[in-house]
Design a protein around this ligand. Structure first.
Ligand code: NAP
Length: 195
């Protein structure tokens, strides 16, 4: 068996325990050697939304993953100019690392990606792991017929935690302890994010 590496893509605004549990579960279920977290640079589909600066999201991801020797963080998308396309990221990582890649992210994002951007090349570059929240109707998760073998669905109860909810809580002065690692909570306060 060759090297098997997870690539965890996300905006991580902020990273939370749901993301960390997802990565850990993928590591176990897919017998991965490690998981590389890749915070997005400029998510082109979110141009109408306010997204925190890439450097803040990158640093929070480093803080959250620092204690796990099997987790690491890449600057590949943060440092790349222009909009973020997963196909370009996977192409570079595939060239750089001699490994089978397993791209992990939220189910909605995976469906979008398969439907919009050069899906044929995406399938050659990686296997896709779609993480879903409890209550998400997996029957309604319509993987296009040509992508069935390329996508696995993973149900993660801890994904009831969401970045959107955390941002709203901070804005409203509500608690986020135990939803994000303590270091991420401190970083949010120090940088004045989501006010
Ligand atoms: P999103 O639309 O903000 O998120 C969709 C859902 O997935 C949300 O519920 C989100 O929850 C969850 N999610 C996001 N990342 C996750 C992760 N790593 N593990 C578990 N759940 C996750 O998605 P996004 O963050 O913008 O994009 C996710 C990834 O897909 C990124 O790597 C992005 O570059 C890629 N993408 C690529 C294309 C393309 O190349 N055309 C298009 C779309 C997305 P939270 O808000 O709590 O994270």
């Amino acid at each position: 068996m060759g090297r098997r590496l997870g690539v965890m893509g996300g905006t991580f605004d902020p990273i939370h325990y749901g993301h960390l549990v997802t990565a850990e579960e993928a590591l176990e279920q897919f017998e991965l050697e490690g998981v590389l977290f890749v915070p997005t640079g400029r998510p082109w589909m979110k141009e109408h939304e306010v997204v925190s600066p890439p450097e803040d999201r990158y640093l929070m991801t480093v803080i959250a993953t620092a204690s796990n020797p099997l987790f690491s963080v890449s600057r590949i998308e943060v440092d790349r100019d222009g909009p973020t396309y997963t196909v370009e990221t996977l192409r570079s990582l595939k060239n750089e690392l001699d490994a089978d890649l397993f791209f992990v992210t939220g189910a909605d994002a995976i469906l979008e990606m398969l439907q919009w951007k050069e899906p044929e090349e995406l399938f050659e570059l990686a296997h896709f792991i779609a993480a879903t929240r409890p209550g998400y109707d997996i029957a309604g998760f319509e993987v296009p017929a040509h992508a069935r073998d390329a996508v696995s669905v993973m149900n993660i109860p801890a994904l009831a935690i969401s970045s959107t909810d955390i941002r709203s809580r901070v804005q409203a002065g509500g608690p986020i302890r135990y939803l994000v690692p303590e270091g991420v909570k401190s970083y949010i306060e120090k940088a004045g994010l989501y006010r």
